[in-house]
Each structure stands twice: as C-alpha cells, then as structure tokens.
Design a binder for this molecule. Sequence first.
Ligand code: WTA
Length: 635
Amino acid sequence: MSNYHIKHLEEYYQVYRKSVREPENFWEEIAEEHFMWRKKWDKVLSWDFSKPEVKWFEGAQLNITENCIDRHLATRGDKTAILFEPNDTNEASEKITYNQLYERVNKFANVLKAQGVSKGDRVCIYLPMIPELAISVLACARIGAIHSVVFAGFSSTALSTRINDSECKMVITSDGSYRGAKTIDLKGIVDEALKDCPCVDTVLVAKRINSEITMEAGRDKWLQPLLDEASSECEAEVMKAEDPLFILYTSGSTGMPKGMVHTTAGYMVYTAYTFKNVFQYRENDVYWCTADIGWITGHSYIVYGPLANGATTVMFEGVPSYPDFGRFWEIVEKHKVNQFYTAPTAIRALAKQGTELVEKYDLSSLKTLGSVGEPINEEAWHWYNDNIGKKKSPIVDTWWQTETGGIMITPIPFVTPTKPTYATLPFIGIQPALMDEHGEEIKGNQVDGRLCVKFPWPSMARTIWGNHQRYKDTYFSAFENKYFTGDGALRDEVGYYRITGRVDDVIIVSGHNLGTAPIEDAVNEHPAVAESAIVGFPHDVKGNALYGYVILKDTGEGRDHNNVRKEINQIITEHIGPIAKLDKIQFTSGLPKTRSGKIMRRILRKIAHKDTSNLGDTSTLLNPEVVQDIMDNAL
Ligand code: WTA
C-alpha cells in the first residue's frame, strides 16, 4: 500500500524521506493505486532543468474526467460533487451529484464538438462562479481541448490579450454576472475584447442574469438550447500523460502575462494527492475553497483535486461582504463545511468587522482551515485561529504558485504542528533550496535566501505557451539546475519555512499577482504622463497596495491633479482591471535612476514604505537631487 493518506508526523518524515530518495518509486505507487489509466506509463520521470524539460508518466494514457467523474459513479453516483451557493441568499443552493455532473459534462462536451472544437484546440472560458464554469472546464478536458480560464474580473483588453496569445477559437461566457448587489455586463466585455480577436469564431453564452445583450449572428449562440439537444454520452478522449490540460495566465515582472501550460497525468496525481493530505479530506466531508476558478487555486482545489477524490466541493458565486460580512460563516453553518480554504486578504477584511457576525453562526463543523495567496500576517493568523477555528482547527498556510500547479510547502493538519506565519514543511516529494546571491545553496537552519526547488514534482508547469525561452529565462536561469520561484524565504531553527515575499517586480495585492510593467504601460497611456514607476506598500487589508510615481509631460500646472489621478485609474481599469488601481499617485519631477537609466525601485519602495532612514548610497545616481524632492512630497 502506498502512503496515500498521512496520519502522523513520524509517518510524514518517513514518507518524505522515501519521496526524496526514491521519487520514481514513490510516485509510481501513488499513481498505480489511486487513479484510472487507459494505459500505464513506460517511464515515471525524465527531466533536464537545463533545457528545461520535464516529463512524468510518459507513455501513459488517460482522461482526467474519467478520474474526476466516471470512476466515482459506481460508489458515489448520488453523492454531491458540486454544491453551488448563489450570490443571492434568496436563491436556493444547488446540489449537483456525480451522476448529474457526468451528464452535464458529457452534454457540454458534445456541444463543444458540435461547434467544431477538437483535441488540442484552445477554448477561453470567461464565466462567473456558476456551475457552468466547472462544467465547461471539465467538458474541455473530456474532449482534450485546452481550457484557458480568464478571471471574469479582468477587463476587455486583458481578455483579448489572453485570447490572442493562445489563439482560442471559442469563448464561453454568460450574459452577465452577479457580484454582491451589482451586476456586471460580461457579454459586453467579451464583445469589446473580440473586436481584436480574429481567431475566435464561436461564443457560447450561458444565461445567468437575464439581461438584454446583443448576439452577433453566426458567432454567438445561447448555450442552453444546444445543451438540450446534446446527447448525454460523450466518449472521453484518450490523452497522453504530457498532453496539455490547460493554460492559465499569470503576471510576470515584465511584459505580457505568461500562459503557464499544465499537462495531464502529473497534474492530476499531484493535485489529488495534495488535496487528500493537506485538507485531510474524509468521505462525506464538505469542502469549501473560496477562490475563483479563474485562478490556479480554483483549478486545483475547487475542481480537479477535490473531484479526483470524489469529494463534495462548494462553489460560491458571491462575495464575503454580501448581503453582509457574515456571509462566509452563514454558508459554513448552512452546509456544515468541514474544510475551509481562503486568502489572508479576506481574513483581514472580515477581522475588521469584529466578531459579532462570526458568533451568530455555528462553525462547529470546521475541522481544517486553509490560507493561500500571500503571506498571512500574525494578527490575521490569530484572528482566524481564535475566532473561526476556535483554536481547534489547524490552519494550513499553503505556499504555492500558478507555476507549481499544486501546494508545495504546508503543514499537514493534525500532523505538522503549526506556527503562525510559517508555511512550515515541504510537502511530500518537494525539495526546496534557499540560495544566496552568488548562486550557492545555503545549507543548515536559521538562514534566509531565495526560494528554489531542486527536483521536479509532478504538477509543475512544463512551459509558457508559445515561448519556451521565456520559461527558461524566468524560472531556470537565475540558479543553475534549479526552479526559481521568485520568492524569498527563511528557514527557522527546526527547518520550518516562512515565505517573506516576492523578490522581483511582482506585487501581490489582495492575493492577486500584479506585474509592475504592464501597469506602468497602462499609466503611460495617459496623454499627460511622461513616465511612471509603480511599487507596493503595506496595506492593512490588501496586504500590499500600489503606489505610483508619475512624471507629467508639462509641469502639470493648471491641471487638476485629482482628475488626472482618476483618469489614470480609469485607464488601468480598462487595460487590466480594477484590482490594479493605484491607491496613491504622487506627481514628481523625476525618478531616481542609475547611470545606465534604470529606475531605482528600491529607493521608491522605501519611500512608499515610509522607511527612509536608510536609503543607501544615492550619490551614484544620475539625478540624486530628486530623492529629497520625492521624500518631501511623499503621500
Ligand atoms: C504568494 C497562488 C506566502 C507567493 C496559489 C507566490 C504566498 C505567489 C503563499 C503565487 C503563502 C502564495 N505564503 N506567500 N501561503 N501562497 N503566495 O500564482 O509570492 O496566484 O509566489 O498562486 O503568491 O501566486 P499565484
């Protein structure tokens, strides 16, 4: 028997050692015993980080939806697979059983086929958190189409960039979406985006808010009538282990978003195995991850990981503040949620509301609490632990990335003793390394450095869509023979890891990764702006917020600065989305630059952090005098 389900610390160490000493045997046993294969592999792993090339379970054939749905039907056909909780408390929740999920995914898969989608085609999914989102993801996987889910909070420009980059031939969307008391015109955003997307020939539209929308003849089709006509049996496409399953975009420190490509077999094995252990999921538990399926957390831990384990996974359409800030706790009570997985930014926003709305609800069903997306600060950790977990439910602070596909550093609840703000120990099979600035590995404990991983794991992204060189440059060039995460970390005296944050120009705002370069590009679109630099600064709810230093073309005299600020944020909203808006905009006459013309962000960051006691040597700058000026006018 393989160690599929770890139950105590000694077992963790024992299994961890095995996974490191004999990774191939270890993963082979997990893969053999817990999944359904059309054909087994010829080779468990081949890898070369210098190319970089990684292949898991080569030669194997499978379909991930047979693992997530079909194989459960015999024993769990009537069990709830997806528990949909709508935005509006007056609308009933919906329980989709495994049998029903099978039928709905198969019908949807047949619709995709009838609309000309075949294996290897890219399909963009731009939907709110409604069942059609999970179902369309699985329908793509059923027929071997590569899904590219774009978070439905992104703007039309961000959407069209992503559609064009992977040349999607279809977009799946809805008439609109609910978000708290607001509705959003999703179809209008898609229409705007598609003005620049010649590759798209079909748009499938789900009806959600019954709004008046325009349908372009020949291109746009209502989903429901097509589903009504479709057969409920669709033979699963037989996929190779390394066939792409999906593309998901993440921000880089420069330029275009990166379309991370995840493949089939390794991703399935690792997300399923981590789900089982990191949440200690038991049959009949109700598991809820509050993320959006538009992010990797939703892909791996709302859809694939839970369903591969035959779990009941909650999908919540709304926001934590609607109809009031008790909504999360109301849902926990209503569905007797056992595992609850959310982000520090949500915890901080809820903690601000006090505990009255928490005490109103019975949270005694909770067994495990999770956190993901950014470092969780000590105060938020304790609030979560005291008020939600009542000091009985361990908090799993899970560190991972879009690129890693699954959870990498995390406590295992009831196994690993937790420590506030520490993601603690590497998960089974994960070999982290801390590196110094000379490229040497820092051994021993009580050290800090740049976080790398020195051995492949099954769910790592294999490439960036259409740009393997960028994949190599971004992740495998900083340190030889290692995957570089872009994060800094420290290792304490017992070997626990604490993630200290990004060491590149990615800023995490409310758990969303934002690259500074695309935001600066958007700001510079304003006709009055000559140049700009964006840095992050600490924010008590969002973790980080954005601070923009902006040089205007003229001196800015005669302009209403507040109007310019509004216009700049408007442009950012159009180009990227409201999440990238700047909290502070300081107009300045210059930006500190090195003699080669590079902006010294370190100085700007310190000023934004109000930490100007030690700015370092500024005398070598091209324009040292601007530093004082910027400090004097800091916001
Ligand atoms: C950050 C989200 C500290 C980190 C799954 C990483 C975290 C980036 C944690 C990836 C955590 C994620 N503690 N930092 N528990 N989890 N991060 O791609 O900087 O949206 O590199 O994946 O979020 O964000 P992404």
